[in-house]
Design a protein around this ligand. Structure first.
Ligand code: C2E
Ligand code: MG
Ligand code: MG
Ligand code: MG
Length: 294
């Protein structure tokens, strides 16, 4: 019946409209809630850093950790950085949050060293807005002094798109950061930009191969031209290569065969809270002790 069909279409149209309106309203509300909450989150101590181990593929040892921020919102629960970091950038709150991240990560490494854990490098993500911050170099230097962390053990991760944004400005900024003695990594490498010219111009130490490439490896004997090329290029440029998002033993073996330097991913460990990381370290230590005894 044509009338009924038309009625149904109208009804569905209205429902769709209502659905979109509701979705828009929810997005808007959530954004407002998060934005308001973020202003208080630092003083209310709602941010946490989780740490994901980075493994040297020759020795099998944990040589570094990447610090990854989490927000434990009192009503909304755990909120992903993918959702709130862009909001923090838009509102400018990334400045105080970024300083908190850096200080917390550096002092955590020192605390772990004090507890007898092996000394590790720590990688901290920098967002676009932080690179543009006037006082970035100043506060990174201050944090290094205040925490006493050896600058060689700090690595700052930036994405290719940041590196391209304002070339000369970013090159100067990175050179000033490098003078503090720290290291610079390009995060999500291979996803951003079509020209590789900047690899020569920028003072970079490390390339982190994006997990979308690692995902494609299903077999240790796979042939992945992009990964092979990135690793060969990094070797020629004397850069270290870290593979991100390693989830399977096949991917691990593939990367070992390719002489990739380091790897990070769920195969080894998810990003862990401080407590869980300490547990992992004790397990590794007692397993090593067990091996020596037997
Ligand atoms: P990223 O820096 O590329 O971090 C790697 C992301 O991959 C992390 O997500 C990590 O949990 C996830 N990951 C690690 N191993 C695996 C794996 O084997 N499989 C899969 N599927 N994923 C894996 P997370 O923690 O949700 O962070 C997402 C992004 O948010 C980060 O990407 C980074 O761009 C940003 N971010 C996180 N923490 C911070 C921070 O402290 N400051 C800034 N500015 N950005 C941050
Ligand atoms: Mg990163
Ligand atoms: Mg990445
Ligand atoms: Mg990413």
């Amino acid at each position: 019946n044509a009338d009924i069909a038309m009625y149904r279409a109208k009804e569905q149209g209205r429902n769709n409209y209502q659905f979109y309106a509701l979705e828009m309203k929810n997005k808007f509300l959530r954004r407002a809630v998060l934005e308001k909450g973020m202003r208080k989150a630092l003083e209310r101590n709602e941010f946490r850093l989780h740490y994901q181990p980075q493994i040297d593929l020759q020795t099998g040892h944990i040589v570094g950790v990447e610090a990854l921020i989490r927000w434990i919102h009192p009503e909304e629960g755990m909120i992903s950085p993918i959702e709130f970091i862009p909001l923090a950038e838009e509102t400018g709150l990334i400045a105080p949050i970024g300083e908190w991240i850096l200080e917390t990560a550096c002092s955590q490494i020192m605390q772990w060293q004090g507890k007898g854990f092996p000394l590790m490098r720590v990688s901290v993500n920098l967002s676009a807005r932080q690179i543009q911050q006037q006082n970035l170099v100043g506060y990174v230097g201050t944090v290094l002094e205040r925490t006493g962390l050896d600058p060689k053990l700090l690595e700052l991760e930036i994405t290719e798109s940041i590196a391209m944004y304002n070339e000369d400005y970013v090159i100067n900024k990175l050179n000033s950061l490098k003078r503090l003695g720290l290291q610079i990594a390009i995060d999500d490498f291979g996803t951003g930009y079509s020209s590789l010219n900047y690899l020569n111009k920028f003072p970079i130490d490390t390339l982190k191969i994006d997990k979308s490439f690692i995902n494609q490896i299903t077999d240790a004997s796979d042939h992945n031209e992009i990964i092979t090329t990135i690793i060969a290029m990094a070797r020629n440029l004397k850069l270290k290569v870290i593979a991100e998002g390693v989830e399977t033993v096949e991917q691990l073996h593939y990367l070992q065969n390719q002489k990739c330097n380091e790897a990070q991913g769920y195969f080894f460990s998810k990003p862990l809270s401080v407590e869980d990381f300490e547990l992992l370290f004790r397990q590794i230590a007692s397993a090593a002790a067990g091996k020596v005894e037997s």
